[in-house]
Ligand binder design. Structure first.
Ligand code: TRP
Length: 336
């Protein structure tokens, strides 16, 4: 990373439904840590959400719900910039410029598009196809240097790096955009479904038993953990012995992450126990962290005008930073 760029973190979360444990451990918890060390911008990416049709009322509700989730998890709107993407028009403007920098060949390599479009590619929205260019615009509009991302977004971040590089080359402005670095959490692998340790925990999986929602009650958490899939072997001593036991690995990883520990330490503490006993510890740990967050979300949900005010203030700050950069970008491109 070239030293002449100020360190800025950018990340985005799509407002497409209730937040769950995977969002918390895989993203939000890390966002909260990062804001202690760096300047951070956290965005509710509503423009990304509409690449797949959203009922307007649902979208509206989900933007506020995600904002409430940000705050309830501990994001500090005084320190970090918290806002929604569509209220800062620079995102869409820069995305257009990037549509013209990015290459069709690059787009065609994106695996997430292939997965999301499924077998009926002809019927997918054009927005879904160029979605990674918008994501590059989000990051580079603020000249962000660091992007916390999960595994599934690594390829999109690579593309953002390629776009930054090509823009700098094409317009002979070598140091204009920083080449953003991924921030990948080493401690935690992905949080997987409670029903299938090979599938990511997701809001789109049909069974609610597959995930812990941040709004779940104590009883729901207990029930879901009790029912979570495991195997009949006891907890091993070494992490190598979890290789072919994805469900066991998942629960132990969740426990390690929620208690701020490591898998090795958890195994030291728990080895020999059977899963029914361990599950009680896991439930307790989840309840003490997740339920207070759920309660805060509930309280914030009731105060719509407060949430709107936070977004408005955040958007004003985001607009200020981005306008300055966008003016320069337009000048570089040759616009008048
Ligand atoms: N595409 C990301 C996701 O679906 C969300 C996102 C949009 C994002 N813009 C971003 C993430 C910029 C990091 C940086 O999870």
């Amino acid at each position: 990373m070239k030293k002449n760029f100020k360190e800025v973190v950018f990340s985005g979360v799509q407002p497409t439904g209730n937040l769950h444990l995977g969002n918390y451990l895989g993203a939000m918890k890390n966002f909260v840590e990062l804001q202690k060390k760096m300047e951070c911008i956290y965005c509710v990416v509503d423009l990304h959400a509409i690449t797949v049709f959203q009922e307007p009322q649902e979208l509206n509700k989900n933007i506020l719900e995600t904002t409430a989730g940000f705050l309830a998890c501990g994001l500090d709107f005084k320190k970090s910039i918290i806002f929604n993407q569509s209220s800062v028009s620079g995102h869409a403007e820069l995305a257009w410029i990037f549509n013209c920098v990015s290459r069709v060949g690059w787009m065609n390599r994106m695996t997430q598009f292939k997965e999301k479009a499924g077998s009926n590619k002809e019927n997918a929205s054009v927005g879904l196809y160029v979605y990674p260019n918008l994501m590059a615009a989000d990051i580079l509009l603020y000249k962000a240097t660091h992007v916390p991302v999960g595994d599934d977004q690594k390829q999109h971040l690579e593309l953002a790096r390629d776009i930054a590089q090509k823009f700098n080359n094409d317009f002979r402005n070598e140091n204009f955009f920083p080449i953003p670095e991924p921030l990948i959490q080493k401690k935690i692998s992905r949080v997987m479904s409670l029903r299938d340790g090979k599938k990511k925990m997701s809001k789109s999986e049909e069974s609610d038993y597959s995930r812990i929602n941040l709004g779940d009650s104590e009883d729901e958490i207990k029930k879901k953990i009790k029912k979570a899939k495991t195997d009949s072997l006891p907890i091993p001593e070494k992490s190598e012995d979890l290789k072919n036991r994805p469900e066991a690995l998942n629960l132990l990883t969740i426990y390690s992450s929620i208690t701020d520990s490591t898998l090795e330490k958890t195994l030291k503490e728990m080895n020999g126990k059977d899963f029914s006993k361990f599950k009680e510890n896991l439930s307790d740990a989840l309840i003490s962290t997740i339920c207070p967050i759920g309660k805060k979300i509930q309280d914030l949900r009731k105060d719509k005008s407060y949430l709107l005010k936070i977004l408005k203030e955040g958007s004003n700050r985001a607009r200020e930073v981005s306008e300055h950069n966008l003016n320069k970008i337009k000048e570089i491109v040759g616009f008048i």
